[in-house]
Write a protein that binds this ligand. Structure first.
Ligand code: NDP
Length: 294
């Protein structure tokens, strides 16, 4: 079994991005700038946004964290997004999800200028991706593709089972894995909560991508020996041995599945770090496209 090490791969990719930013600016390009919008004070969202802003500093990007109280209305939030659309210094806009229940995430995402949609969630980005046109790829699936590429894992002809069909992970993952590309060229099965006999599918999978949101849901009896396991899940479970009283686990029962498989991503230090790489690469691309150079 080989660990697909998010720390190692993300360090490599971040180094490449840092270099590219330096060269871009040395050639007169503008400093890429990410605006992160955070509504309310959900601790997980605070942590994700904090990490994104920290990575901007590390990679030589500018960043702005725009915070709003959870009571902001949908109309006000859309106005703020439009303000960022019109701010020429801002290249990429991300709105940290989930938003409070009274705000439609779709309406807010739809308000983002597609040229600044560095999370790749806007319908225009998703449509371009579906058609195989150049687009901002959703950051997590993009990060997973970068990880497979780094380890030179050729997925052509493999049976890939994606568990989960969200617009931000599961669905785009199925599109990217079935594309005529490498990695890609897989035969893809998409599973979800209404799938009957999930195990029948996973036992036939050469690669399983789990994006479910249920701790340790994929167990050893569901995995074919030698399979590749990509664990997207981030779940907090109680753990009395930890000072905090809890710890993060993925959607895969890592301890029992790891000995069986050929490659596996850990949680934490796996896909999560790759997501940040996807976001940063999109932001740099946005800065370049906006100022007319690639
Ligand atoms: P969603 O809740 O939007 O989607 C979960 C998907 O899992 C749904 O399609 C759902 O099916 C499916 N599902 C739920 N239960 C089952 C089941 N018993 N059997 C089969 N399928 C099931 O979650 P996200 O896609 O946003 O996130 C998934 C996980 O990945 C979460 O733990 C999240 O925290 C994590 N995540 C991690 C990221 C990272 O960077 N590492 C980035 C984004 C998310 P249905 O559609 O039928 O409801």
């Amino acid at each position: 079994m080989q660990l697909l090490d998010g720390v190692l791969v993300s360090a490599h990719i971040k180094e490449q991005i840092k270099q590219e930013v330096k060269e871009w600016q040395a050639g007169g390009g503008k400093q890429p700038h990410l605006a992160a919008v955070l509504v309310g004070n959900n601790p997980a969202s605070e942590a994700y946004v904090g990490s994104k802003v920290k990575h901007c500093e590390e990679l030589g990007f500018g960043s702005t964290l725009v915070r709003f109280d959870a009571t902001i209305t949908e109309a006000q939030l859309i106005k703020e997004v439009e303000r960022l659309n019109n701010d020429d210094n801002v290249d990429g806009i991300l709105v940290q999800l989930p938003l409070p229940g009274h705000i439609s995430g779709d309406s807010v995402i739809n308000a983002i200028n597609p040229d600044k949609d560095v999370d790749g969630f806007h319908p225009i980005s998703q449509g371009r991706m579906l058609l195989g046109q150049p687009s901002f790829l959703p950051a997590t699936p993009y990060g997973i593709m970068l990880m497979l590429e780094y380890y030179k894992i050729s997925t052509a002809g493999m049976h890939c089972v994606v568990i989960g069909r969200s617009n931000i992970v599961g669905t785009p993952m199925t599109i990217l894995m079935s594309r005529n590309s490498d990695p890609g060229n897989a035969t893809v099965t998409m599973c979800h909560s209404k799938t009957k006999n999930l195990k029948d599918f996973t036992l036939n999978a050469d690669i399983i991508i789990a994006a479910i949101g249920r701790p340790k849901y994929v167990t050893a009896d569901m995995v074919k020996p030698g399979a590749i396991i990509i664990d997207v899940g981030i779940n907090r479970i109680d753990d009395a041995t930890k000072k905090s009283g809890s710890r993060l686990v993925g959607d895969v029962d890592f301890d029992n599945v790891a000995p069986l498989c050929s490659y596996i991503t850990p949680v934490p230090k796996g896909v999560g770090l790759m997501t940040i790489c996807g976001l940063m690469k999109n932001t740099l691309l946005a800065a370049k496209l906006r100022t007319g150079k690639k």
